[in-house]
Design a protein around this ligand. Sequence first.
Ligand code: AMP
Ligand code: ZN
Length: 146
Amino acid sequence: MNSSTCIFCSIVRGDIPASVVYEDEQVLAFLDIDPIQKGHVLVIPKLHVTNLLDVPEALYGPLFRAAQRVARAQKKGLGADGVNLLQNNGSAAGQVIDHVHLHLIPRYEGDGLHWSWQSDGYESRAESQETADKIKKVIDEWIAYR
Ligand code: AMP
Ligand code: ZN
């Protein structure tokens, strides 16, 4: 998928309609067409970037500033008691649209929404440390080579 075939790029260009709730130079936020709750918003960069792993660092500030504004507005404007921020990267993680997006879902006390997380706990302290080390080692190498 590239920017000419991407549905979210079409929304950015104004080629297909969307219910926009926020826009600035780099970011657009609009209602999800198939909401988990009414007022479910998607925040995207206007730049076509596949997922979180490819987002240029300079866009993180604008994206999360927009997400904060939307979340505050969902509380004040819709009376939400809380907000979930969800973000899927890759088909294995449930990503369907290959243009990075943050889901902001308004939540209400007792709204009955549940994520079906199942715990996959560690056998031992050693196993959790080994897992942490596999991640940390890669990050430490990146930092060292900067
Ligand atoms: P994901 O599974 O994280 O890739 O989520 C993609 C989201 O995009 C889904 O929640 C869809 O309902 C939403 N979506 C797909 N097409 C549109 C559209 N034209 N306007 C608004 N939201 C859309
Ligand atoms: Zn796109």
